[in-house]
Design a protein around this ligand. Sequence first.
Ligand code: UDP
Length: 492
Amino acid sequence: MDGHFDGQNPAKPHFVVVPLMAQGHMIPMADLALLLAGRGARVSLITTPVNAVRLRAAADLAAASGLTLRLVELPLPCAAAGLPDGCENVDLVPKQDLFLPFFRSLNLLADPLKSYLRAQPPASTCIISDQCMPWTMEVAGELGIRRLVFHGPSCFFLLCTLNLTKHNLYDKVADDLESFFVPELPQSIEVSKMTAQRFCDWPGMNDVFRHMQEAEESADGVVLNTFYELEQWCVDEFRRKVGKEVWPVGPVSLFHKDAGGKAVRGNGISGVDGGAGVLKWLEGREKESVLFVSFGSLARTRIKQLVEIGRGLEAAGTCFVWAVKEAEQSEEVDTWLSEFEERSGGRGLIIKGWVPQVLILAAPAVGGFMTHCGWNSTLEAVTAGVPMVTWPHFADQFLNSKLVVEVLGIGVGVGVKLPSFYQATEEAAVVGRDEVERAVVSVMGGGEEGEEMRRRAKELGKKARMAMEKGGSSYENLTQLIDDAMALPLAQ
Ligand code: UDP
């Protein structure tokens, strides 16, 4: 938190990276911070004490590679915001009615960030803040610092949202389940308000969303975790519609070249043995024979749904690695899972707690990914060239699933019709075992459909890697971003 970076040239670009405190936001923005530092920029990665534990690995990695990345811990006065002590991450919010206080509490980071930034030369500084951190707009404005916005979701989702909002379609439907087509797309994409509208749709959040929109509209440019070749027409159209510079610089997970870096992404939670156990298990499996089942960092699966997944996997007869979160565990769940694992006779492995996802996806034995379609997970599967069984839960996930299944042709949906908010208390299963079996067999069963998806997925994986290499689209976009950001006029 002290002054300039010691011994560093203040004329060098200085990026201040401000992620929302949620794994799906911190992980890609930490990767972005590492990529920027890898290009010689000085980077301040802004976080809070509880989250610093999870980001420590990224800072250590930077230090070991001689990169100038500083982890900056700002205090978040939880009690003053009506939150329990230490409630500094979306995955630590204990109940739904504390989300609004959580989002409001983020504004309290503005003053400490201003104090930190006052010691930095504005001429070489640029904030890159998460779209969910709109309070950075006032900070940048007051200090005369440039600001870019980072979007976590796919460009496809962003474009669909823009088009839906422009045509006011959400206000025109009779009910939340009525289906309609997203306007101004080259392809027919059918959605409902229930599945396509942003989540967190409860009283009081509208003001938070309005603030986010204002901050986005007034930002100097937009940074995306995607690559041009994946979402070409979306990027072109999105850029045209927002009327400002858009830099697709992903997949940012490809910053990590070796297993060590991949293993520690988002680390600091629990359950990690560096991936050694699961990787060893995977080594003994046939090429592309294993389905990896994981629903990101937030979505929670309850016992009835776990049973349907298990029965579906059993009926499909596929090998699997299944990640079950700590928050999903209970005596009943543990008993059922142990019996199930035993019954599967070595065909499957259940891992409890945080898993090293990008390492698992990169294992040659993994041939499919049952995913909730969080954008990071989706892009990580694309990068690994692995086809998907899509099971969206909420937020951008339904549209990401449409992109995977209907636009890119690298996945099969399990057929989920309704969102399930991750803290919902309903116990019912939303997808039955037969639907799980059908989708898993299509992707893993070796039929023509599965083979074609696999071929397309591998091709995209190759393009993803090329995009991040020197001369590739994302590599060059990052160069351009650094140059353009430094050439922007200072905020007034
Ligand atoms: N992730 C992981 N291990 C886990 C769960 C998640 O490494 O056990 C990572 C995953 O690789 C991805 C991120 O957490 O980078 C989750 O982001 P995503 O956008 O897919 O979903 P969210 O968690 O935001 O719903």
